[in-house]
Design a protein around this ligand. Structure first.
Ligand code: 0O2
Length: 222
């Protein structure tokens, strides 16, 4: 369909006021997404600063890598429909907490909790929600520490608090989660019980490896 006929169809379908509403809502969504991007930058910087500082204090970097991602519009829409959230920016902001996501991959399991502690000690970070899937792994074996934190973003005319989801994992937990995600979402493949059991066993093996590497590290640094 050409742009002209698309616009013609919109003008036939919606009244002037309705079209104004759609455009205004679109602009508000765009603004909100830009705020989330700013919040991602703030949180990523906090972790880079902590990593740099710990390398000075303890002569090692506890963070292997940091990944940031904005939830895709398709995933946002799917979650809003699944959770019956009204389609407007305010309800989105109040109900979806994982639009901006930061994944912090750590060297050892204890680093996960150390970084959590250092982050939550900061005056401008507010803890909104905490799910410890390392202490209490999911039924399928998934392990990570999930936090939702609210952080300020300093804009030209105001300061706004924005929610960011942080997932802390070790390299082993990330290795498992990445491959499990690929296997699970592989098209036309239905995982039977035996495959799910094998995946769970792999998660347990990875956790065992993590604990052994942690024990070796503890001996070396003590
Ligand atoms: P993406 O693309 O990573 O954002 P819900 O999101 O509704 O399912 P909830 O309670 O918000 O439920 O989520 P939860 O349990 O805190 O975890 C959500 C995110 O954790 C997922 O995001 C994944 O990134 C990760 N995750 C949770 N469980 C698993 C799992 O079993 N396997 C893997 N590989 N990752 C997991 P999204 O939204 O699925 O996708």
């Amino acid at each position: 369909m050409s742009n002209e006929s698309r616009i013609g169809k919109l003008l036939e379908t919606y009244s002037h006021n309705e079209l104004e509403d759609i455009i205004r809502t679109g602009r508000e969504f765009k603004k909100l997404m830009s705020y989330y991007k700013c919040a991602l930058m703030e949180v990523e910087t906090k972790f880079r600063v902590l990593n740099e500082n710990m390398s000075l204090e303890y002569d090692r970097n506890p963070i292997e890598s940091i990944k940031t991602r904005m939830k895709s519009p398709e995933s946002i829409l799917e979650k809003m429909i699944r959770r019956d959230i009204p389609f407007n920016p305010q309800d989105l902001e109040e109900n979806l907490f994982d639009i901006a996501g930061v994944r912090v991959i750590c060297s050892f399991p204890k680093d996960v909790y150390l970084l959590e502690e250092y982050l939550l000690r900061q005056d401008d970070v507010v803890l909104v929600e905490r799910k410890d899937y390392i202490e209490n792994p999911k039924e399928n074996g998934y392990r990570s520490l999930h936090l939702i934190v609210s952080v300020p973003i300093f804009l030209a005319g105001e300061t706004k608090m924005m929610n960011v989801e942080i997932q802390f994992r070790t390299i082993a937990m990330d290795f498992w989660a990445s491959l499990e995600h690929k296997v699970k979402y592989k098209k036309n493949y239905h995982c039977d019980e035996a495959v799910l059991d094998k995946l769970k066993q792999c998660a347990e093996d990875a956790a065992k490896l993590d604990n052994e590497m942690q024990a070796i590290h503890d001996i070396i640094v003590s």
